[in-house]
Design a protein. Structure first.
Length: 700
């Protein structure tokens, strides 16, 4: 520092001398070391090369920047935790060349260029980034042997996945809309729409569905849309992601529990999870179940066990309803119900549930058998969803993926996928430093004696018809029972007319058929004929039949096609058939017996200390300073910048030429970065990644 530029200032504090100088010395952002390590990880694992080859965005005047330039900025923005892009670019100014050098890029885009890029992101580029995220997740996710699980009272292991939506609202100014003023154009009109605001302040909202593995806290997917979102389509896509995850780890679908909130507690959502053969646990909104006579009779009995929430100390009475075959309401498979009851004051309205008399009733639906988890276990496990709510809160603090980066829907979701990527990377790096960090929690103690009842049979639920008669919907399966024979497809009229007959349709289950064209037909109706046989009516959507290339061989000649093809499956009633003992069939589904033991296993929850893993590296790096030096080769100093004729004329160039426009010279600027406070385990991890021009020295 030059002494001519320094001036002493009188100090009002004894022992301190203040010196000022005109020489600039900007503050280095504390988040830069983590951003550099993340960028190095992308480059060394091949993610950068895959990004450059698979994710491509076409823009009007393409400029000199490519997708990787903007992805690097967004990753650093997620790491930084800055409240806004303006604050991020202000902190980035003194080190922007160093950040871009980690991916071999010469120049750094400005904020306006980033905004235009996010606006140009289309659905194809967004899905390409999502596929790259899912592929990397399957490669880098923690091994199944050390990623936790839930052990039930039989000692069997489950994996829990949480899915829920989070809202981000925005405020809109009240502006006059008259002919005296130009047409009103709001920036948020594409990304937001009127919807449920919750506790957020604003006029319009955007909903994002987030999927997480509950034991490792790894994000698996994010899906956003304006307004209240598209919950059912998001659930379908989330189940597809879970299927890929469990196939990669060799997990049985029956060992999966998808935990949802009350928004999904209707038959349409439950059927989506059942279609993928996953287990589920959710709060039901179908409170008509409580009006069934069999359910009313159970609610009139003593509760299974009183239960008190360990944190809020709210006491509830828990009732076990068992499995109910409620296909009249739209459920394709039997559902197990558990009811929570709590007293209410005379004028009190329940915040959740329904009021019946002096009590508030809450309904929980699940597919977990009774001998695996009892009613109290189910209630405790569902209310344990608070851990997922905490993850959403931690996300707001650490990455805040709901920050507005773009008012374009695909651009905003592009950014949110990258925030989940940063979150997962922190989990993986934290686990590298603490590989033995798996912890066990006693969720519910073991039950001494005959604490678990045997699995109750599936109870048919009566349904009132329009004529006042009561129909009883019996449980269905394709094994002989004491009342009905196996299912058989009716031949009908088609064979004699040269059409597809009943034998041409494949019976997949008691809920679905497959037509000769490969389309699925689902059960729409159940009837009884005069003999007492059960008639299961399967039908196809009219639109599917109209578009089918085999339509002429399937529908009747001259048909108006007001409906799709219908197929009848019959289960003939067995007359004078004596009752069969439980062990007379190989695998009876209606007579399930469980041997009672003197004690059951405790319910154990295994997971990783996710907060410690994610924040350990970031906290440690921000507590230490870092040093870096820039060295420019003489050849780079003497080199002059020359425009090619294609650049001068703005001609259309290939993707590889575009990528090279902002690439730094091989013998150009060289950076030397020194990080302090790095543990020996992390130093080994960094050393394995040291494959590029970024030179890193570790000092402990």
């Amino acid at each position: 520092m030059s002494e001519q530029n320094e001036k002493s200032v009188d100090s009002t504090v004894a022992g301190i001398e203040f010196v000022t100088t005109v020489q600039p010395n900007p503050v280095m952002p504390t988040w830069l070391p983590e951003a550099l390590l993340l960028g190095q990880w992308w480059r060394s694992t091949g993610l950068l090369e895959q990004l450059q080859q698979q994710v491509r965005v076409s823009r009007g005047r393409m400029g000199q920047y490519e997708v990787c330039d903007f992805v690097l900025l967004l990753l650093a923005y997620a790491v930084s935790g800055e409240a806004s892009l303006a604050g991020f670019f202000q902190a980035l100014t003194p080190v922007k060349h160093l950040l871009m050098a980690v991916w071999g890029r010469a120049r750094c885009p400005v904020a306006s260029t980033l905004s235009r890029f996010l606006e140009a992101v289309e659905e194809g580029a967004l899905e390409s980034l999502r596929q790259l995220f899912e592929h990397n997740l399957l490669q880098q996710s923690l091994p199944v042997s050390c990623n936790g699980g839930l052990y039930d009272r039989r000692g069997e292991r489950y994996w829990v996945f949480d899915l829920d939506g989070t809202h981000e609202a925005t405020r809109q100014r009240s502006l006059p809309i008259t002919q005296e003023y130009p047409d009103l154009h709001r920036r948020s009109s594409k990304a937001c729409a009127p919807g449920l605001l919750g506790r957020k302040r604003g006029q319009v909202v955007r909903t994002r569905s987030a999927l997480q593995q509950a034991h490792t806290s790894e994000w698996l997917a994010t899906f956003g849309s304006p307004g209240n979102g598209t919950a059912q389509s998001d659930l379908v896509r989330a189940c597809a992601v879970i299927k890929q995850y469990i196939e990669q780890h060799g997990i049985n679908p029956a060992a999966v529990i998808v935990r949802l909130d009350g928004y999904y507690g209707v038959p349409a959502f439950v059927n989506v999870v059942q279609h993928h053969q996953f287990g589920y646990l959710l709060r039901g909104r179908d409170y008509q179940i409580l009006n069934y006579p069999t359910v009313q009779a159970k609610l009139a009995q003593a509760p299974a066990q009183p239960w008190q929430h360990p944190e809020t100390k709210v006491a509830r009475e828990v009732f076990e309803l068992g499995f109910l075959d409620d296909s009249w309401s739209g459920y394709t498979q039997p559902i197990r119900g558990v009811v929570m009851r709590s007293p209410l004051k005379p004028d009190q309205k329940p915040r959740i549930g329904i009021r019946m008399g002096d009590y508030a009733y809450e309904l929980v639906l699940t597919s977990i058998p009774v001998h695996a988890l009892n009613a109290v276990d189910i209630v405790s496990l569902y209310l344990g969803r608070g851990g997922f709510e905490k993850s959403l809160g931690d996300e707001d603090v650490e990455c805040n993926g709901d920050r507005w980066c773009s008012w374009h829907p695909s651009g905003q979701e592009f950014w949110q996928i990258l925030t989940q990527w940063v979150w997962n990377w922190r989990v993986w790096v934290g686990w590298k430093q603490h590989p033995e960090s798996l912890r066990q929690t006693l969720w519910q103690p073991a039950i001494e004696g005959d604490g678990l009842e045997p699995e109750p049979p599936v109870e048919p639920q009566p349904q009132q018809t329009s004529l006042g008669a009561t129909k009883t919907h019996p449980p269905f399966d394709n094994t002989p029972s004491e009342q009905y024979a196996p299912m058989q497809v009716v031949e009908s009229w088609a064979r004699s007319n040269g059409k597809f007959a009943g034998n041409d349709f494949i019976l997949e289950s008691e809920r679905s058929l497959r037509c000769p064209a490969g389309h699925s037909m689902y059960r729409r109706e159940v009837r009884r004929n005069g003999r007492g046989d059960l008639l299961l009516i399967f039908s196809m959507a009219r639109r599917t039949c109209l578009q089918c290339p085999l339509r002429e061989r399937c529908v009747a000649n001259g048909s108006a096609m007001t409906n799709g093809r219908r197929i009848t499956v019959i289960r003939r009633k067995l007359l004078d058939n004596p009752a069969l003992p439980c062990n007379s069939t190989p695998a009876p589904t209606r007579c399930i017996s469980v041997s009672r033991s003197k004690a059951t296993y405790p319910v154990i929850w295994e997971d990783l200390p996710a907060v410690l893993l994610r924040r350990d590296l970031s906290r440690n790096l921000r507590q230490h300073q870092f040093e870096f030096d820039s060295m420019i080769s003489p050849a780079e100093q003497q080199k002059s910048f020359l425009l090619s004729r294609d650049q001068r004329a703005h001609r259309r160039i290939s993707w590889s030429q575009r990528l090279a426009r902002n690439a730094s010279a091989p013998q150009g600027q060289h950076w030397k970065v020194r990080l302090f406070g790095i543990s020996a385990t992390l130093a080994t991890f960094i050393k394995d990644l040291k494959k590029t021009s970024l030179s890193t020295e570790q000092s402990v």
